[in-house]
Design a protein around this ligand. Structure first.
Ligand code: KG4
Ligand code: ZN
Length: 352
């Protein structure tokens, strides 16, 4: 039995979880800082770092208690190395280093996107490869081709705002509280998604990249025009039409990736995966196409430590240990973290 403690402090959740043998979830404890940041309308990096310092130690203790384990039972400690807010990441990395050093167990650095990917593994540890995973959160909107453990390639990413970031910015403009995603979804329930036809950024025909900043600007301009004409803003219709535009692009590009890479499993992760409209649209598409859909429960979709522990297990098995010099890397790219793998690369087998 290998019990791994996973720690994530990449943004505004102090999170720790314990997973055994990469698949058995034993605990998943999250201290949210939502109340702290709400007063500012968004995450304030220094406030987040300071909050991690005080909230992470009790979260670690509770993660062990809920798992019914003691420090001595841990076989490794995994931690998000990046990407994320540097001061926030540093708190988790320093805690993980101290634990690994004191307990004399391996320290496993984890890329945050791999963490999100492995929330799907925790939800379905027998999923079949190749899988395509859409990771949509406040910091990322990426399509990952997942061919096997540690064989993960970014095949599409946002060129500007992440989907969650667009939700948060539009929500803020509409006067909704932080975090904007869930509040906007709530409002959209009462609105007509066809009331406004906001732009969908398909970009070049062959690309799997995304762009959401134009949509955000279109929503703001539309609201300004309505206000200037003296009409009251149909907030719920704006929210529903915005959400429909985001969901349509996310579903369509994910489906394209499934076709391109002949995926058998379609996975969804990241905070935006909590969005019911996205879940339902992807589920409808997956069932029409005959794809196996994996969507983790909500507590595994948003940032958490269990997903880091699960990813850490496979990195551990690959011998990917960190040491006392491990640094937090705020803009860590998956391509730099994992050895590159090129799908469809031409391999010269002639022996020359
Ligand atoms: O994965 P996550 O917890 O943190 C990051 O790594 O960013 O994702 C947080 C993001 C926020 O932008 C939040 O507004 C968005 O996920 N989000 C949602 C919903 N719940 C959370 N967006 C749309 N609909 C939701 N129900
Ligand atoms: Zn995240």
């Amino acid at each position: 039995m290998l019990a791994i403690l996973g720690i994530d402090t990449s943004c505004d959740e102090s999170a720790a979880g314990i997973v055994v043998d990469g698949r058995f979830l034993r605990s998943n404890v999250i201290a949210s800082q939502i109340a702290v940041h709400r007063a500012y309308g968004g995450v304030v990096p220094e406030v987040a770092s300071r909050a991690h310092l005080t909230s992470l130690p009790p979260v670690l203790i509770r993660a062990l208690e809920e798992a019914g384990l003691s420090y001595a039972d841990l076989g490794a400690v995994a931690v998000t190395q990046g990407p994320g807010l540097v001061g926030a990441l540093l708190v988790g990395v320093a805690a993980a280093k101290a634990l690994a050093y004191a307990l004399k167990i391996p320290l496993i650095p984890v890329h945050h996107l791999l963490g999100h990917l492995y929330s799907c593994w925790l939800a379905r540890p027998d999923l079949s490869f190749p899988a395509v995973c859409l990771v949509a959160s406040g910091g990322h909107t990426s399509l990952l081709l997942w061919e096997d453990h540690l064989r993960v390639t970014v095949v599409g990413r946002t060129r500007d705002d992440a989907a969650g970031e667009a939700f948060d910015k539009v929500a803020r403009y509409l006067g909704l509280p932080y975090p904007g995603g869930p509040a906007l979804e709530e409002l959209a329930r009462e609105g007509d998604p066809r009331a406004f036809s906001f732009p969908r950024a398909w970009l070049e025909p062959e690309t799997l990249d995304f762009s959401f900043s134009g949509l955000k600007t279109a929503v703001v301009n539309c609201c300004r025009r309505l206000e200037a004409s003296g009409r009251s803003l149909p907030l719920a219709d704006v929210a529903a039409s915005f959400q429909a535009a985001v969901v349509e692009v996310l579903v369509e590009k994910t489906a394209r990736a499934m076709h391109t890479f002949r995926g058998s499993t379609l996975a969804l992760a990241g905070g935006v995966a909590a969005n019911e409209s996205l879940r339902q649209s992807l589920a409808a598409r997956a069932s029409a196409e005959g794809w196996d859909l994996v969507v983790p429960p909500r507590e595994l979709c948003t940032d958490n430590g269990a997903m880091v522990a699960a990813a850490g297990y496979f990195l551990y098995r690959g011998g990917r240990y960190g040491d006392v010099f491990l640094e937090a890397v705020p803009a860590l790219r998956l391509e730099d973290f994992l050895p590159p793998f090129f799908p469809g690369a031409i391999v010269d087998k002639s022996g020359r």
